[in-house]
Design a protein around this ligand. Sequence first.
Ligand code: FES
Length: 101
Amino acid sequence: MKAPLCKLADIPGSGAARIDFFGREALVYKVGGQPRTVVNTCTHLGGPLELNNGQLVCAWHGARFDAASGDVVSGPRGTCAHALVVPTRVEDGVLTYVYGE
Ligand code: FES
């Protein structure tokens, strides 16, 4: 399965952009120049995440996730130790969701 998410040019050089990911909000941003896509839902109780100094920080109870890997750095984690990092690749300048390929 593949689905276009956004143009690579629409991902900011710093900070994150918000995109639709099959009806849910996702954050797209760059780490070391490489695009990352993470579903904007904390694994603790579903709070929103903000990109801050290389980490995704939950506004509700302060969980912190590594922005590159999605791994929990600190704070409550709920049942999963990673933020939901979406598998992607760039095809013809478009950030593309890829699954099962
Ligand atoms: S919902 Fe994110 S830390 Fe609790």
